[in-house]
Write a protein that binds this ligand. Sequence first.
Ligand code: FMN
Length: 235
Amino acid sequence: MPATSTPDPRAMPAFPAPALPPLPPQRRVMRPGARLPCAPAMRHMGVMDPLANLRDYFEKSPVALSLAQAEGDYTLTMVNGRFGAVTGYAAAEVIGRNCRVLQQDPRLPVGRNRAARARIHAFLQIDRVANVRCVLVNFRKDGTPFVNLLYMSKLRDLGGQVRFLFGSQFDISRAQPDLLADYDRDLGDALARIGPIVADSGLVVEGSLMSIANSAATIAQARFTLAHLDDAGTA
Ligand SMILES: Cc1cc2nc3c(=O)[nH]c(=O)nc-3n(C[C@H](O)[C@H](O)[C@H](O)COP(=O)(O)O)c2cc1C
């Protein structure tokens, strides 16, 4: 065998890497501006899901919940089973899409939802607007219309950047005042409990729940809106 100048690796001294202290969990998993792959993809990639606790919490919640990216077209990144019960859409059918899919139906006259959408735009575009509550005409997957009482607030990272948008949906057109009161209580509980859960991921929930001033009148208005859906006009 000819002599070679390549050092024999077995003869090389070992330099063990110095032991580094482990990073805190959120440093290992959160990257500013990172888009979240779906949970199975993250598990496959061996990455810890930063919002795993939130997923679990979403599924156990008695109210419809949704979470969207706070960038681009605000696409949904997480919805729960109750969201499916209210809208008829399974998670896989709406994840990666904007929730305006619920407004898309030929029966919705041009201009309908204009006032609510203007308030949503203000919430999305103006940093200091912490939350919004509005009613929108929506359609389930099977085409059944309903009036959606939508609540939204913001999830910021510790640097103050809005990372996610939190939403909750309620069919107010088929509700009674006592059901709305129960929903408001459950949503209030959800908001109170979500803070400590997302804190693990370095996120802070913003905004508080403003109760509906006159539930009976709001429900009556929602029913009227639904009954006159086919009439031309604006809401
Ligand atoms: C987390 C989240 C949940 C939302 N949920 C609904 C919903 O249930 N129904 C709806 O009509 N719009 C919902 N929206 C609002 C729409 O996605 C969209 O922002 C709204 O229609 C205004 O934008 P546009 O005028 O571009 O459609 C939600 C938005 C976010 C960020």
